[in-house]
Design a protein around this ligand. Structure first.
Ligand SMILES: [Mn+2]
Length: 489
């Protein structure tokens, strides 16, 4: 059974995939000892198919996590220095708590991204505190849950503070504490763990009594997360490869009268079979005119012959997200109107990716999208001939009422506190996603175009040598799409 599954997985392996260990492979003394102990998340010893020695989470080493904490401390000290402040800083970053669908039935746990970025800890109800002396010396404490034999019987092992596993501990910087001790120090924080969204105000209220200044560290962390490391870029590439291959498989199984739910299931399956943990967000699978509803996620209709399907989906691979959109004719053949609009969006998207060579801001890319869409819509007669730039921009915005880009990384809308008016720079990953949505109620556009909704979205890494399309393996050119969708019709 296991051998068969192993063989089945093999064709999907790529340069980032690890060697799968045979289930009965002899284990070293260290591995056997580690297996007897228990951890709350995969380790090199217990999951050698996922992690290498020295890694806290797949591909991210202990020293990279240390660097991240060190960079955070440095950036906070730098900011304090420009304000002429010489103070002790206490940085509090809580992890997420489990959420429940209904009594005792949990949702899939997803760690708070800032906490995961700084610690690599994947367990619920933990907290990290860094204290920084005015000298710059700092000390990190990771609070993990207390031992609870009964809870562990149900939910699996926890990484106990006394185990102090090597993979979390860095230089003397790091210590483990029981969550219980932590709550004794800052009692109010227990409350905030169950209401993470209120954390800032709870801590502010608590600390303000001592006349201390309280600032949200999120924007400091986001400015670090904005620039991806070599390991993060490799993870993002893999996440995009998985999504691209899943799209290709999904296109290939398309046929008229398939359900949107079936396309959803297919893409989810293909992503997971390639090692993704889950889809990074509820995908949009919108057949026909439903594609003109930007956030359509009901995915419960039948896609009729002659209709397009717009699919916006991406996976999460070891904490890194991809975000891709493709639109294709369910029967493999674009109608003349569908082809016309598709080619228009395709050309604009390609031009926008090329524009990344000059490192514009995301807002500048958005303006460029409106200008380019407006011009091309005018060329094919869907927007009236008026010379004013303003008019064109407005006309385009009416047909594409969303932004063309966002930062991408661990989260889909990554680092949202970073403004879209800063220039893109090497190390950033962004989406480029123009679209055209022609409502059935649009009286200014001929009827034969009504109900057409098309978006093309790729994930783009910015480098010194220009943009690199990470999702390039996903079929996009009209000929490639028609060929792949037609093959099983
Ligand atoms: Mn997107």
């Amino acid at each position: 059974m296991f051998v068969k599954l192993h063989r089945f997985l093999k064709p999907f392996t790529s340069d980032l995939s690890r060697k799968y260990y045979c289930i009965n492979a002899p284990k070293s003394k260290i591995q056997r000892a580690a297996l007897r102990r228990s951890f709350g998340q995969p380790t090199f010893e217990t999951h050698p198919h996922l992690l290498r020695e020295g890694e806290v989470t797949p591909f991210i080493t202990k020293s990279e996590y240390q660097d991240r904490r060190c960079n955070l401390v440095t950036s906070i000290l730098e900011s304090a220095a420009t304000n002429n402040e010489e103070k002790t800083h206490v940085i509090i970053v809580p992890g997420a708590s489990k959420q429940y669908m209904s009594d005792k039935i949990p949702y899939v746990f997803r760690q708070n991204t800032e906490f995961l970025y700084l610690t690599g800890c994947q367990e619920p109800d933990c907290c990290m505190i860094i204290t920084v002396a005015p000298s710059g010396e700092y000390h990190t404490v990771l609070f993990t849950r207390d031992k609870d034999e009964h809870a562990e019987l149900w939910d699996g092992p926890r990484t106990h503070p006394e185990q102090a596993p090597d993979f979390f501990r860095g230089r003397p910087e790091f210590a483990h504490q029981r969550a219980g001790e932590f709550f004794a120090v800052v009692p109010k924080i227990k409350q905030m763990l169950s209401a993470l969204t209120n954390i800032h105000s709870i801590v502010t209220n608590y600390l303000s009594r001592g006349q201390k200044k309280c600032e949200n560290p999120r924007s400091f962390i986001h400015r670090l997360r904005l620039y991806k490391s070599t390991a993060e870029i490799a993870l993002m590439q893999k996440s995009c490869d998985i999504t691209a291959q899943a799209f290709a498989e999904t296109m290939a199984c398309s046929k008229p009268y398939i359900g949107e739910n079936q396309i959803f299931a297919k893409i989810d399956y293909e992503c997971r079979m390639r090692g993704a943990e889950y889809l990074a967000y509820p995908p949009v699978v919108a057949g026909g005119s439903r594609a003109t509803t930007i956030h359509y996620i009901n995915n419960n209709q039948i896609i009729n012959n002659g209709e397009l399907v717009l699919v916006d989906a991406g996976c999460e691979y070891h904490g890194y997200s991809s975000d891709v959109t493709r639109t294709w004719p369910i029967n493999g053949k674009f109608t003349p109107q569908q082809r016309e609009i598709y080619e228009l969006v395709y050309c604009v998207q390609e031009e926008l990716i090329q524009l990344c060579n000059s490192f514009p801001t995301l807002d500048a890319l958005f303006e460029a999208m409106c200008r380019l869409l407006g011009k091309r819509l005018q060329e094919i007669g869907l927007v009236g001939i008026q010379p004013s730039n303003d008019y064109l921009m407005k006309a385009a915005y009416q047909l594409c009422p969303h932004h063309v880009s966002h930062y991408l990384g661990m989260d889909i809308h990554d680092t949202p506190t970073v403004n879209r008016n800063i220039k893109i720079a090497p190390g950033m990953i962004i989406t480029v996603e123009p679209g055209i949505y022609i409502s059935e109620r649009n009286k200014n556009i001929p009827k034969e175009y009504h109900g057409i909704g098309i978006r093309i979205e790729d994930d783009v890494l910015i480098t010194v040598n220009g943009p690199v399309v990470l999702s390039r393996k996903c079929p996009k050119h009209i000929d490639d799409i028609e060929k792949i969708v037609c093959q099983n019709q």
